[in-house]
Ligand binder design. Structure first.
Ligand SMILES: C[S@@+](CC[C@H](N)C(=O)[O-])C[C@H]1O[C@@H](n2cnc3c(N)ncnc32)[C@H](O)[C@@H]1O
Length: 506
């Protein structure tokens, strides 16, 4: 496995991009610019390491977080604010020394804005990322040149709902607080351009310290990594660490001259849903191998059980249509050949969806019953079944955490995990050989960490909550909770991988 990096290293004032001779940038009518392998790559090879040009919340995110280290902060009357601008929340004095995100320019801008107080933070959160890009324009010419050449799809966005919501939530706030860092000819158009760049190119990143399953909280703009084209069956695996350093690995062997793909959407959705997300969020029609195949590369993520013969599966005839659920679209049973209109399929899916939405995710029995009921209408890999399976898995994990190891529940969790992993093996292949060893190592490391935390908590919990020790104890309790969830995750993964290995060896 070749993990060497650093053939060329370009350092800008703000960030590091460590690229390698493993790829070059190609151009095609279909993809625009895209990454191409310049030599054969093995699974696990590092293709690129990159720091973000900017990190911030999405405009729909209103959770409070530290503007300097980007950790989530729980709302509290004792909130610490930046001592210079007195506007933005920080974790505490230590974060005053971190200038990477809440830069001096940003701090000065808040000081010079009109009526910008800490009360404006909810609105500032919505404009923070475009504001950070705008400040790059003033300070870092090299990065700005790359940003301004990124795809914004501004003409396709003009007049759409997203355009209006940018106008209401972003442009109005810039105007209200007089936060334009410089005079530009047409600030409205400029902010729409920046918002387009962010929507089309940014990656979801987690706030540091958040649990593995934390909600989508932040977005990061990585100007080099954004050049990867999309495929619903990617050949890369991307990790982003606590300092937002991104590493892109080859997840499967990649041939010389092959495109290097990243999956912009969720691989566990059906084709219609993935393609809709890409059409409205990224402005293109996906024609990858999974989307082109009615059975989605044998994953059957959108297949239904035939209501007529009850033996075959019903799949769409023309998978690349833009309206799969309209009356004009035909779906067909692979066994009895019976045809169905798209609107009938939609009717079945709408009912199934509302049953899924109405089920209490905490209720194990109810979720198990619904899974069994829907298995009479949907393929076991249908994306709605997978949503239920993932929910059940989460519920089993909570159970395992409380009851430690209940063998019956653990067995059910392992079976479900296998079912989901089997689909993932098709749509997200690769880097699984190492999972068993990694899971084993992970369980012991996490358990060690939990023991240390428990011991520290015993001492810290003696102090009142209003003291620094008390506050630390509160954070440590939170950390312990998420650690216990991770241990449950790792135990299930370890068992699943061990079972897989046994099946393979038999
Ligand atoms: C993150 S950018 C990728 C870089 C971009 N191609 C460029 O030249 O700046 C995403 C955009 O690339 C194009 N793109 C990426 N993957 C594609 C695909 N599989 N099919 C068609 N267009 C794609 C779309 O225009 C999409 O909005």
């Amino acid at each position: 496995m070749d993990t060497s990096i650093g053939i060329s290293k370009c350092l800008s004032t703000e960030r590091t991009v460590t690229s390698t001779a493993k790829y070059k940038i190609g151009y095609s009518e279909k993809f625009g610019r895209y990454m191409v392998a310049t030599k054969p790559l093995a699974a696990g090879d590092i293709i690129l390491r990159e720091e973000p040009a900017a990190v911030g919340p999405s405009i729909y995110e209103n959770q409070n977080f530290c503007f300097a280290c980007m950790r989530t902060i729980q709302n509290s009357p004792m909130q610490y604010y930046c001592s210079k601008c007195k506007v933005v929340p920080l974790c505490g004095p230590a974060c005053e020394k971190i200038f990477m995100h809440h830069t001096t320019d940003e701090c000065n801008l808040f000081r010079s804005g009109k009526n910008v107080t800490s009360k404006a933070v909810p609105q500032i959160l919505q404009i923070l990322l475009p504001l950070r890009l705008w400040l790059i324009k003033l300070k870092d010419n090299e990065t700005w040149t790359r940003i301004k050449n990124m795809e914004s799809h501004i003409d396709k966005r003009r007049g759409t709902n997203v355009w209006m919501s940018i106008e209401m939530q972003v442009i109005n706030a810039f105007e209200e607080y007089k936060l334009h860092p410089e005079n530009v000819e047409d600030p409205t158009e400029f902010l729409q351009f920046l918002s387009g760049i962010l929507d089309v190119n940014s990656f979801e990143v987690r706030s540091p310290g958040d649990a593995i399953r934390s909600t989508r909280l932040l977005r990061g703009l990585y100007v080099e990594a954004a050049l990867m084209a999309h495929s619903c069956k990617a050949n890369t695996h991307v990790t982003i660490d606590e300092n937002f350093l991104m590493t892109i690995y080859a997840s499967v062997p990649i041939n010389k001259d092959d495109a290097i793909f990243f999956n912009y959407t969720s691989c566990l959705l059906g084709s219609a849903e993935r393609r809709e997300h890409l059409r409205h969020g990224k402005y293109f029609e996906c024609e990858c191998t999974v989307c082109k195949d009615p059975r989605e590369d044998s994953s059957n993520l959108s297949s239904l059980l035939c209501p007529r013969c009850k033996e075959g599966f019903v799949v769409i005839k023309n998978p690349l249509t833009t309206d799969p659920y309209s009356r004009r679209s035909s779906w067909k049973c692979c066994h009895c050949q019976k045809q169905f209109h798209g609107n009938m399929i939609k009717y079945t899916l709408d009912i199934a969806r509302s049953l899924v939405d109405d089920t209490d995710p905490e209720d194990l029995k109810e979720t198990e019953n619904l899974l069994s009921k829907l298995s009479r209408s949907l393929h076991t890999n249908h994306y709605l079944m997978l949503i239920l399976k993932q929910r059940l898995l989460a519920a089993y994990k909570r159970y395992i955490r409380i009851m430690d190891l209940d063998s019956e529940i653990l067995q059910k969790a392992v079976n479900l995990c296998n079912e989901v992993l089997n689909v993932l093996d098709i749509v997200e292949p690769g880097i699984s050989r190492l999972k068993e060893i990694a899971a084993d190592e992970l369980v012991s490391r996490l358990e060690e960490a939990a023991d240390i935390l428990r011991a520290a908590l015993k001492i810290l919990l003696l102090d009142p909550i209003a003291t620094p020790e008390g506050r630390l104890a509160k954070c440590a309790l939170q950390e312990l909770k998420s650690l216990m969830e991770s241990i449950a995750d790792a135990k299930i993964l370890r068992l699943t991988e061990t079972k897989k290995k046994m099946v393979l060896e038999d």
